[in-house]
Every structure is written in structure tokens, then in C-alpha cells.
Design a protein around this ligand. Structure first.
Ligand code: BGC
Length: 578
């Protein structure tokens, strides 16, 4: 939850000043006849010499029909790498943009937006000093016959009022992913939820351009602009492709090896940031869930803890999770309409005292890594793709039974929280203590934590023992809090909702219901995904789930692939019911 107009450009490595250059002064001029134009040029740097330039051309003179030509001169050795909404050519420093068939007519007072992604910017570069449209210098007014014109160029490092709002979900529609929606509708009864907004997962490099059955990022954003139809709209993306991804499990291992941080930057984050920065998408509120299941692993699953996993030790030692998260925050946060939410696992992972504060502190470190600052963090997301109940109405952490605290029950096992809402609200406070802005907001993924259906308890458990009390009253019917793969008995949770509770920006469905958490047996694939025992219903567990049964549904497909049986069960056990 950020304030309007907050500065977002502090990222190091920025070589082009953020510039809003408006050429021209309003002048009184004879109406009609004379030619005139105005150009608003905004350059957003994203480091490494790259930048996105938004160019708004307004015709202030007679109507133009049959095409126009815009010319300007770039500073230094800047290049137009890729442009849109015009034909772009460059000769030396001189750039020419000519209209396309659909924007060649510009009535008096009409504007058209074009732009380009640029490269080779260097510090000290300036914005173009002047523009011509069909040969007329754009002064911001019509060209009068007998007055002296003045050109004013305003150049500033301050972006001025940004367009971020405190809580992006308030007053906004949400994007319905047509690819997920089609799968949901194809299921019996699925149309009841097929119009819910769900997260769009950028789970590998190929997802940026699109894969079989899933459109690419720009196509999603184009569709989002269409769905927005001029109103505020939130589109939710999941940034999920760190080197050595998912170090403590195998089901969602990724394509990048532990050392491939450069590929993460140049082949994954940079192209995503470039697409998000396109002016056509500047009206969208783009929420990003940044790298789930990464940083918490560096707290809980490393040596000398008994839960240590060698691959997590590697990621801690090479620093690539921290470097990668910082880089993602800096690059994505440089786009003024992106809202970054960092993943904080869930209460059944980070809710213990040893993990809680350490995670908040590590997140703050990552938020200040790779040129990022805390200003790039809008908030945090809990429970992504997990199953923790939102609220446990029938027991509280303060309760005790015959003098024994519920913290001593087998289920709670000294955790400090019993549900996701209390965990998320407390984490918010701790994050602020770690150094984050006091207006950060929380998201909670409620896609699969409903725990309804006939087995849902209707009241507290018996007070015969602390275990009977907790086990009899808890909504979360997992065998162990550490179970995470395709949990049997789960249901859809609260429908997506803005500002549902204090400190909570929204309940969201970040994990699309019906998409598997992982397979128990190797299935050949080109997504880097392995098989995980935690997805095998006959597996008897490991130290991370208290050596308990996995509680998984059988015969699951690869993570991310459609799992009809699970989708049907989630609908049956939905709470609130469908
Ligand atoms: C998978 C991703 C998938 C996501 C959403 C993750 O577990 O690894 O490939 O896109 O779930 O279903």
C-alpha cells in the first residue's frame, strides 16, 4: 500500500534521467488554419542503457489525413531498438516515425500514442530537444504568423505524480485469464468460477512469448487492456524463474541452473520489464508476485538446521536468490504502474519464532540488493499455492486446555500463528520493523484454503486434551502443516476481494485452481520439472513434514498442468460454498 506519487526511480544503474519533457507553451493563436503540434516524450530507464520512451503526438493544427511523419534527434549514441504504433527508422542520431494505416488521420486536437524501447543510453544524455510533425516544429501551439514562439523544455529527475495508488485492488476490475477460464469452463460445473481472476504465471522464459495453450505476456496485457475498457484493472503476474528454483522440493524445479543468474536477468526479467513498460499498458495496474518459495528457503532449509537441503545451501552460498529478487524488484519497480509483492511463504512455514523475523530481515536485504530499494516493494503475499486456512474460528493461539497452551499441541507445534490472516497481519508489522515502508500491504492467496464440505467442523473440539481440542476444531484438515502437494480434502477459499481486512490489500487467487502442484513420478518434460515424493499419497514423509503421510491426491500431472480431479474436489469443498 503505497502513497500516490511516491518516487520510484531510485534504482542504481539508471543511466537516463527520468524525464518528462514537454515542449511548448500554450499560446493564443488564431483558430484553424495554422499548423501546430505538441509532443510529450517520457523516457523510463531500466538500467544497462535500456529505456522505454513513450511519445504522445497531439495535432493542434488543421486535421491531418493520409499520414504524418514525426522527426526528432536522439542524444549521444541512443538507438531505437524496437518501436510500436509507427514505422521507425534511424539514421545516425536522427529518428523518423511514420504513421501506420490506422493512425494516419489525426483530427484537430487529436492525439496518438507511440513509443519505442531504446538502448545505449548513457548518463548525461538528454531528451530530444525538438520534434517536427510533417515538417512543422512542435511548439505546443499553432504557429502564428506574427508572434515569436517560445519553446520550454522541462527536464527533471522526478517523475512527478506517479500513478501508483495505495491499494491497487480498490476500485479496480481484475483480469480474467482466458486460457485458465477456458479450462475451468470445460469442467462440469466449472462455469461457476470461470470468470474469477487468477494469477498469470511467468514460470519459464518461453512463457513470455507464449507456450502451447498459454498466450504470451504481451497478449495477456493486450487482452487486459480490452477487458479494462478504460476503467482501472489489476492484472496479476507471478514472477517465478530464479536460478536453482524451488531448492527444497523437486516438483517445481525450474529451467535455470543455480549459477545462471545472468540468464535470469537478460533472458527473463529484462524482456518482461520491457513489455510491461510499453505505453499501451501504462493504464493497467500490474501486480507482480515476486519469486515464491525462494527467500524463506534460505532461512529454514539450510545448514545447520536438521531441515537443510543441499540445493538450498548452494543458493544461500552463491547469493543468487537475493541477487535475483533484488534485480527483479528494481527492474519491475522501475515501471511506474507495477506493484511488486514479495512472497513470504505461509504461517505453517515462517510462523515459528526462529523463522519469522529472520525472513523479514532477509527480505529487506533482498529489497536493497542489485540496485533496488524498499520503494520497489508494495507489500507481501502469503499462502501462494498453499493450503493454510484463512481463519481458524474455533481455536486461537492464546487458548489453553487444562493449563496446556495450544502451542503445545501436535498440530501447532509451538508455531506463533494458527491461520493466514493473523500471520499476514503480524508479518506486516514485523516487515515495517525490518525497515519496509509503514504503508506496505498484504495479499493472501485464498484459491485453495476453503476447507468446506461435509468434513468441516461446526464448532470447537472437545477439551479432553489440547490435541483433541485443536484437531477437533481446526478447519485445515491436512495431516501436517508442512504438506503442500495437491492436498486431499481442500476446497476453494474466499473469492478474490479487495481490502477485506485491516492491512490486507486483497484476497487473491494467485494459484489457479485446477493446476497441479506436482507429480510423484518422473514425467518427461522441457520445463525443468521433476517428481516429488510429497506428491505421492503413499509417501511417509521426511523431516520437513514431521515424517507424516503426504496427504496428496494420487495420479497428479506435472506442476502447472491441468488436474481435473483436483479441480472437481476444490469446487465440492469450496467455502464459502459455490
Ligand atoms: C508450477 C508452474 C505453474 C504454477 C501455477 C507451479 O507449481 O511450477 O509451472 O505455472 O504452479 O499452476
Amino acid at each position: 500500500m503505497k502513497l500516490n506519487g511516491q518516487r520510484r526511480w531510485a534504482a542504481a544503474g539508471v543511466v537516463v534521467a527520468t524525464v518528462v519533457a514537454t515542449l511548448g507553451v500554450a499560446m493564443s493563436a488564431p483558430a484553424g488554419a495554422a499548423p501546430g503540434c505538441r509532443v510529450d516524450y517520457t523516457a523510463n530507464p531500466w538500467g544497462g542503457g535500456g529505456f522505454g520512451a513513450a511519445v504522445k503526438v497531439t495535432n493542434l493544427g488543421d486535421a491531418i489525413s493520409g499520414g504524418w511523419t514525426l522527426k526528432f534527434t536522439l542524444s549521444g549514441s541512443q538507438r531505437v531498438a524496437q518501436g510500436w504504433s509507427a514505422n521507425w527508422t534511424q539514421s545516425g542520431q536522427n529518428v523518423t516515425a511514420t504513421s501506420l494505416s490506422w493512425n494516419g488521420n489525426l483530427g484537430t486536437g487529436a492525439s496518438t500514442d507511440l513509443g519505442f524501447n531504446g538502448s545505449n543510453a548513457a548518463s548525461g544524455d538528454a531528451n530530444p530537444a525538438s520534434f517536427t510533425l510533417n515538417g512543422t516544429v512542435c511548439t505546443g501551439g499553432t504557429v502564428p504568423t506574427s508572434t515569436t514562439t517560445t519553446t520550454t523544455t522541462t527536464t527533471s529527475n522526478d517523475p512527478g505524480p506517479g500513478n501508483r495508488v495505495d491499494n491497487p485492488y480498490v476500485g479496480a476490475k481484475q483480469y480474467v485469464n482466458p486460457d485458465w477460464s477456458a479450462k475451468a469452463s470445460a469442467e462440469a460445473g466449472g462455469s461457476r468460477i470461470a470468470n474469477q481472476p487468477t494469477g498469470v504465471w511467468m514460470d519459464r522464459i518461453a512463457a513470455i512469448t507464449g507456450t502451447t495453450g498459454a498466450r504470451g505476456l504481451a497478449a495477456h496485457l493486450d487482452e487486459a487492456v480490452r477487458q479494462a475498457a478504460g476503467s482501472p484493472l489489476v492484472i496479476q503476474l507471478v514472477i517465478y524463474n530464479l536460478p536453482g528454483r524451488d531448492c527444497s522440493a523437486l516438483a517445481s524445479n525450474g529451467e535455470l541452473k543455480a549459477t545462471e543468474i545472468d540468464r535470469y536477468k537478460t533472458e527473463y526479467i529484462d524482456p518482461i520489464a520491457a513489455i510491461l513498460a510499453r505505453p499501451a499498458y501504462s493504464g493497467l495496474r500490474i501486480v507482480t508476485t515476486v519469486e515464491i518459495d525462494s527467500l524463506p528457503n534460505l532461512i529454514t532449509n539450510v545448514s545447520p538446521r536438521p531441515t537443510a537441503v543441499p540445493a538450498c545451501d548452494v543458493m544461500k552460498a552463491n547469493g543468487n536468490y537475493v541477487t535475483g529478487v533484488g534485480y527483479a524488484l528494481a527492474k519491475l519497480g522501475a515501471v511506474p504502474n507495477v506493484y511488486n509483492y514479495l512472497d513470504i511463504g505461509h504461517h505453517g512455514w515462517i510462523g515459528w519464532d526462529d523463522n519469522f523475523g529472520a525472513t523479514a530481515d532477509l527480505l529487506f536485504q533482498a529489497a536493497n540488493a542489485s540496485g533496488s530499494t524498499k520503494a520497489n516493494v508494495q507489500g507481501f503475499i502469503a499462502n501462494t499455492a498453499n493450503y493454510g486456512a484463512l481463519k481458524e474460528p474455533y481455536f486461537k493461539i492464546e487458548d489453553s486446555v487444562n493449563g496446556t497452551s495450544v502451542r503445545q499441541s501436535k498440530w501447532v507445534d509451538w508455531n506463533r500463528y494458527v491461520d493466514e490472516l493473523s500471520y499476514a497481519q503480524a508479518f506486516r508489522q514485523r516487515a515495517v520493523q525490518a525497515g519496509f515502508d509503514s504503508n506496505v500491504g498484504m495479499l493472501i492467496d485464498t484459491s485453495r484454503n476453503g476447507w468446506g464440505g461435509s468434513a468441516r467442523p461446526a464448532g470447537p473440539g472437545p477439551t479432553t486434551s489440547v490435541d483433541a481440542y485443536v484437531n477437533g476444531g481446526k478447519l485445515d484438515r491436512r495431516i501436517h502443516l508442512g504438506n503442500w502437494c495437491n492436498q486431499s480434502g481442500a476446497g476453494l477459499g474466499e473469492r478474490p476481494k479487495a481490502a477485506p481486512e485491516s492491512g490486507i490489500d486483497a484476497y487473491v487467487w494467485m494459484k489457479p485452481p485446477g493446476e497441479s502442484d506436482g507429480a510423484s513420478e518422473e514425467i518427461p518434460n522441457n520445463e525443468g520439472k521433476g517428481a516429488d515424493k510429497m506428491c505421492d499419497p503413499t509417501y511417509t514423509g521426511n523431516v520437513r513434514n514431521g515424517n507424516s503421510m503426504s496427504g496428496a491426491l494420487g495420479d497428479a500431472p506435472l506442476s502447472g498442468h491441468w488436474f481435473s480431479a483436483q479441480f472437481q474436489e476444490l469446487m465440492r469443498n469450496a467455502y464459502p460454498a459455490l
